[in-house]
Design a protein around this ligand. Structure first.
Ligand SMILES: [Zn+2]
Length: 250
């Protein structure tokens, strides 16, 4: 993250998102976790975010059973221990509902995550994975897109869907790194003609987060479609015969 000397090491992603074997029928999901050197300031900033991230990710609909086992064991223990403070931190707004099926009840939360803090967490992880993967610090701009969140703004959802579908094409034959892929794996796509490269992170089999890296010695490419979107002008992007409408005026 910075040029200060490393005094410790930290896990990327944080260790607490990997279930302990006692919570997942004895399976070891903490094999060869990734660590990177860290300065004091960034390591302590990150450790405050670890539980926040864990609570924000483990129980998301669409996750695999490992994610849910983690949610209903370690994560709920942490939430109870904090007297819901962790939930208050994870959501800026939330409502609780009970879903019923076959006389079984499931409590669900519908709400808005602390998007800014999540963005910081994923940016931090992206820098760490870059260091781990390429064995050098990244200098430049990192931008994160959380592909698993849904917006009230339909055209933002269309844009995210476009990124996901486009990334799926680029990621098809790219190696998946990470020894506990049911919890987490990542993929780095080779730089494009502008020197920009993409990182895909997947958590619990269902959560997709993307980060783009623009090295400081490269200039941002001029992309007409992106410029139009930034200006709020209605834009239609085509990909493999599918159309994505962004900034649609209602
Ligand atoms: Zn630092």
């Amino acid at each position: 993250m910075c040029e200060k000397p490393a005094v410790s090491s930290e896990h990327v992603p944080p260790k607490c998102i990997f279930p302990e074997s006692k919570d997942v029928k004895g399976i070891n999901l903490r094999q060869h976790l990734i660590t990177v050197p860290s300065c004091d300031v960034h390591n302590s900033a990150k450790s405050k975010d670890d539980e926040f991230l864990m609570v924000s990710l483990a129980g998301i609909f669409g996750n695999n059973s490992i994610g849910f086992q983690h949610k209903f064991s370690k994560v709920n223990r942490a939430i109870r221990r904090s007297s819901n403070r962790l939930l208050d931190a994870a959501f800026t707004k939330r409502k609780h509902y009970k879903l019923e099926r076959d006389n079984k009840f499931l409590e669900v939360i519908w709400g808005t995550f602390d998007h800014v803090r999540l963005n910081d967490c994923f940016t931090h992880i992206a820098y760490g994975l870059h260091f781990h993967h390429f064995e050098r610090r990244f200098k430049g701009q990192v931008k994160v897109i959380m592909g698993y969140l849904h917006s009230k703004d339909m055209s933002n959802n269309n844009f995210v869907q476009f990124i996901k579908d486009r990334a799926a094409i680029d990621l098809k034959d790219v190696e998946r790194c990470g020894k506990n892929p049911d919890v987490f794996y990542y993929q780095f796509v080779a730089p494009d003609e502008h020197g920009i490269y993409l990182l895909h992170m997947r958590f619990y089999g269902g959560i997709d987060v993307y980060a783009s890296f623009l090295p400081e010695d490269k200039t941002k490419p001029y992309n007409l479609a992106l410029e139009l979107m930034n200006e709020g002008i209605e834009t239609v992007i085509n990909l493999d015969g599918k159309e994505y409408h962004v900034n649609v005026k209602s």
